[in-house]
Ligand binder design. Sequence first.
Ligand SMILES: Cc1cc2nc3c(=O)[nH]c(=O)nc-3n(C[C@H](O)[C@H](O)[C@H](O)COP(=O)(O)O)c2cc1C
Length: 383
Amino acid sequence: MTRREEPRPSARLPTAEDARLLARRRQPRLVFDFIDGAAGTEDGLARNEAALRALRLMPRVLVDIQGGSTTTTLLGREYGVPFGIAPMGMCDLAWPGTDHAFAAEAGMRAMPVCVSTASSTPLEEMISRAGGNAWFQLYVTGSVDAALALSDRAAAAGYEVLVLTVDVPKLGRRPRDLRNGFETPFRIRPRQFLDFALHPRWSIGTLLAGRPRMANYDAAPGAKGYDRKAPRTGADWDFLDRLRARWKGRLVVKGVLSPEDARRIRDAGADAVYVSNHGARQLDGAPATVEALGAVRDAVGPGFPLVLDGGVRSGEDIVKAIAAGADFVMLGRPFLWAMGAAGAPGLARFADGLAEDIGIALAQVGLRHVREIGQGILAPRRG
Ligand SMILES: Cc1cc2nc3c(=O)[nH]c(=O)nc-3n(C[C@H](O)[C@H](O)[C@H](O)COP(=O)(O)O)c2cc1C
């Protein structure tokens, strides 16, 4: 009799789409759509995903691939995996305890979690829970001085990497949020009440945990609460210079697609450029990130660190993005879907699956290590 094999843990949440569909059942519509949605027609979101899918990896055979690993180095630190959690505000909306689960997962896996300015947990608590595997993401909302003060606070808390997000001069218009009446602070009208009542596990959990708050904004000196729609125009080239002079750690600028901008950011003294279109939540017509990556890589040169996010859904996508010129890859929505689908165990399973996929993809293309990935593993496209 053959012994029935235990399914691998990752097999229980095998793809990002499995997580997404489960999250859609368990989260109120308003919450699911806030996470899942994008700007305008949402073509930009589909393009991010499709551009990665369109890349092909060339298998190589008869290569001894024993002793491989998924570790990689970025900005002077070794990580266990070449991916991390992109900065996302109000994560605890996805499922109660999401911020804490993200931090724990980051600590366990030596994986960076990028803590948003709009996180539901104070930035000090996040880095401590993540065992130092945390970056801090800065928005300039309202006053420039308040933003600089927040960066000082991040430095005092021990953050070594600051990610300045520059692609939200004005908040994008997201049709699903408009249809659902999503706004902050929340107003619970009969329609939203019904939505919450139909998703009791989320609602009771959220009631017990307390309404997610803007933990950093509330405490920032000079900040008068959080206004999601406030212009974020304070982040200009002068501000970048001021921040570079003040922030002694590694500085990353997020939300860059133009090669000219990337070169100027490098010349202004940033340590890395983060190629992103905010998950297509800002400009529906923006290029897919992996399409923009090649020209950005050419502009900044071969040795300059590039981080990428947008539409990354699998370990193979991560390998493709690195082959196309990124040094490190971040994922946003998929981690929130995993939390929405199955809480912290779901998150762990999904991250396990990503790491496992990377190992398999490396073996298939005849490589042992992430640092060996180059353009050569992409199959040329003809015609
Ligand atoms: C719910 C949600 C909230 C986000 N909040 C922030 C934020 O506070 N700061 C930021 O720089 N980017 C934010 N982003 C953008 C992500 O950092 C990232 O660029 C994007 O999600 C990547 O695309 P993906 O979701 O397809 O992986 C947010 C994205 C989502 C889905």
